[in-house]
Design a protein around this ligand. Sequence first.
Ligand code: PLP
Length: 380
Amino acid sequence: MKIRYFDHAATTAVAEEVKDEMLPYFTENYGNASALYDLGKKSKEAINISRGRVARAINAKPNEIYFTSCGTESDNLILKGIAKAYRNKGNHIITSKIEHPAILNSCRSLEKEGVRVTYLNVDKNGFVDLRELEKAINKDTILISIMMANNEIGTIEPVQEIAEIAHINNVIFHTDAVQAIGNIKIDVKKLGIDAISMSAHKFYGPKGVGVLYVDENINFVPIQNGGHQEDDKRAGTENVAGIVGLGKAIEIANQGIEEYNNKLLNLRNYFLERIRVIPYTKINGDLDKRLSGNINISFLGVDNRDIMKELNKKGICVSAGSACSSGFIRTSHVLSAIGLSEGIARGTIRITFGRENTKEDIDYLVDILEETIKKLRIQN
Ligand code: PLP
């Protein structure tokens, strides 16, 4: 059966060109990047080429780029690293209620160590309220961490305005851009962002490799003890093939970002047009300031696990929420935060389009959805 994949916010397939660049680093250029002989130097060089590619993609400097093992690690490293480095300045962090668990659980862990955390509310479309943010800042605030784009409803937060508010108040601004990178052009200097978390597998790179940008004037303490890799900020032998893949993937993504967005927008509009055949649906999140490939839709009177079971039988991959909460029968914290009732949230799925999707795929998806929802509503 042909697989129709609509879960690009969960992960993406590695692009052919990315895989081709990675392959030699598994079997030929396998040297440890810390070794002093040529085989090791080849790995070191490859890492630095990747560092340059990431830096160029977001208008940063190569010395501001740190490779990690995933987006989750990048989030942990920056939150815990800044909390430690700036402890003498203050112990208050501001974030939002709709962040990824990598941020929320890092904050909860910091709270246990005496850090105070404010979790900002969001409105019905998932936007943080800038006035609430301003009011939350106090003399102890050291960091604001607000995601660039939400992984469930695709809402794009006003990061430039948030960065301005942070800087007026002498506070560091970090954004989790794991969903945004590859979809939104990011210029750290123009946007005024001090730190960014990213992850390769969301933009057609490999799994198990992430990256953290941190402005060179900002200090952070490593959370992992070991060797001197990554300028003493992230100990551990580097995942050279993964880093090479990440560098290639970010370069490709950045070069084609406009075309990619236009394609995804066309697919999304086509879906929205076609899905009208199904009554009693609700699209969640903002339709303008939203990731182009994201649809978050509630089907009233049905359970999303039943929908997914039926779609799976037909080779269709969608998500019941974010990747990290799939499998759990728990109302998504994002859908709760935008005020969705438990009943409506229960019938909600996330559809995220990507490079390989076509209009014909969407026709198939909508036809199966129509049939499935009709059947499930009769059964209920
Ligand atoms: N942050 C956001 C917004 C995400 O969507 C994800 C993954 O879904 C992560 C962080 C974690 O990234 P990783 O899967 O690389 O650990």
